[in-house]
Design a protein around this ligand. Structure first.
Ligand code: TYD
Ligand code: MG
Length: 458
């Protein structure tokens, strides 16, 4: 009888080690190693290349690329355009898609809803988290019925594959990968080796049967897909579902996609009856108000390939403690500190004695550097307690010496601002080259330095 092999795995990044380590040599985290039993070695299979049948009984391995038939055209379109878009134009046959997100963000709702709407194919929804009754209740809430929708509450992959063989579904959704376990491995469900092995089994199933499989996975606090960062390279597509739980908006982002661009993004709103696609996000993210308030500036940002106008709110107050506070929601705190330093040094504003709070409205998080200029103007507006006039927006990155730098896709940003009825947009003067301003009905103000913006605004 062969001995059971155990190994230590970092629960953070999946690094495998023969002995326990205090600090993971791969990701640098402390105290993350857990001993797990791994699959027993199959003797004689490994390094003998002469007598190796490859393990799966296939005789011919090498093929000529020109003889390979693609099934690219066989993309399955779901009724959800946002999902189709992030997948690069529909679901690819035989693809394995990992969807990550924090607990409670709406992953189960999104995929249950989509599966219920996909009436033309047989869908199997495997849940290891909720009972049939709970899922039925949720489906009732979403108000969708579908007689091609099948449910399996099971966590063992052996049973799952047996059921799949009987049902022959055309789409499989697994909620969640952390609850599955394979009898081949003896460690607990959710551990790195279990997740890796169950995903590998599902991957083989997806490729061999040409059935698309969606895996739902929970994300840890620091944003990595719990432990299984290891999963990201095994799957074809990685989507991330994010948003602030206290707000209704959710963003579905592509992190990796073998079949399309990673710049795509879908926007949803969580309602009482499931998730609703948001087709005009800018209109919702900008609050419509009549009176002007200081500390508010509108940024023309890009989320992926879509222009998105967001509202930046700043509050600058006299600091009551020795160390002034800086808080940023939806924006990088270090970037805020940097912009404050630029204002202090290049503009002579005394933010050093002020508390500064910054918020991006709508609970979304913006990474686009083009938001800098709006952040800066919101800070100045609050500092001066002087509101920025209505219907003005900004698109520009701010450099360390106070220069306004060019940003990408400026024409798309200007067009979006114009579409939403803005009268004026401030852009970098380095962006002006090569764009035809005459086609826009909106006033485009090119600026080169922070001081110029200040003079124009206040
Ligand atoms: P859920 O899909 O269970 O999240 P996840 O699978 O990512 O953990 O959804 C979580 C939240 O969504 C839950 O707190 C309730 C809310 N919700 C709605 O607001 N409306 C709905 O129609 C549904 C089904 C859920
Ligand atoms: Mg869930």
């Amino acid at each position: 009888m062969s001995k059971i092999r155990t190994a230590f795995f970092c629960q953070q990044c999946g690094y495998e080690s023969a002995k326990w380590n205090g600090k993971c040599p791969s990701c640098g985290q402390w105290n993350t190693f857990v001993e797990e039993r791994v699959q027993k070695d199959i003797p004689g299979k490994q390094h003998d290349w002469k007598n190796n049948d490859g393990g799966n009984g296939r005789t011919q391995k090498i093929v000529n690329l020109s003889e390979v038939v693609t099934n690219e055209e066989k993309r399955l379109l779901t009724p959800d355009n946002e999902l189709n878009r992030v997948l690069g134009g529909g679901i690819v046959a035989g693809s394995l898609v990992l969807v990550g997100g924090e607990p409670g963000i709406g992953k189960s709702t999104l995929f249950l809803q989509n599966a219920l709407q996909l009436k033309q194919i047989k869908t199997l929804y495997i849940s290891g988290e909720e009972s049939e009754q709970q899922i039925k209740m949720r489906a009732d809430r979403i108000k969708n019925t579908n007689d091609q929708f099948y449910l399996l509450t099971e966590t063992s992959t052996q049973t799952i594959f047996a059921e799949i063989k009987k049902l022959q579904p055309q789409l499989v959704i697994v909620d969640s990968i952390q609850t599955l376990h394979t009898p081949l491995i003896e460690s607990a469900p959710g551990s790195v080796s279990q997740i890796r092995e169950t995903t590998a089994e599902l991957q083989r199933f997806a490729k061999e049967s040409n059935t698309p499989v969606f895996l739902i996975g929970h994300i840890t606090k620091d944003g990595s897909i719990a432990g299984p960062k290891v999963l990201e390279h095994m799957v074809d597509t990685v989507l991330q579902f994010e948003g602030d739980q206290h707000y209704a908006y959710r963003i579905l982002r592509t992190i990796k996609n073998r079949f399309g661009s990673t710049a795509e993004l879908g926007i949803y709103e969580m309602t009482g009856t499931g998730l609703r696609q948001v087709t005009n996000p800018s209109e919702i993210l900008i609050s419509q108000r009549d009176d002007l308030l200081s500390g508010v500036a509108i940024a023309a940002t890009m989320e992926g390939l879509r222009p998105l106008l967001v509202e930046v709110q700043a509050l600058v107050t006299q600091s009551v403690y020795g160390t002034p506070q800086r808080t940023a929601t939806g924006f990088d705190l270090r970037r805020l500190q940097l912009l404050l330093a630029v204002l202090e040094k290049r503009g002579g504003f005394h933010f050093g004695v002020k508390d500064v709070f910054l918020n991006i409205a709508g609970g979304i998080r913006v990474e686009d550097p083009a938001i800098d200029l709006a952040v800066l103007c919101a800070l100045l507006s609050s500092y001066e307690d002087n509101a920025i006039a209505n219907k003005i927006c900004f698109a520009g990155e701010v450099g360390l010496s106070g220069e306004i730098r060019a940003v990408n896709r400026i024409e798309q940003r200007i067009a979006e601002a114009e579409k939403l009825g803005f009268h004026k947009i401030f852009i970098s003067r380095y962006n002006k080259k090569g764009i035809d301003l005459s086609k826009f009905n909106i006033e485009v103000v090119p600026v080169g330095r922070v001081e110029e913006v200040y003079q124009q605004l206040f």
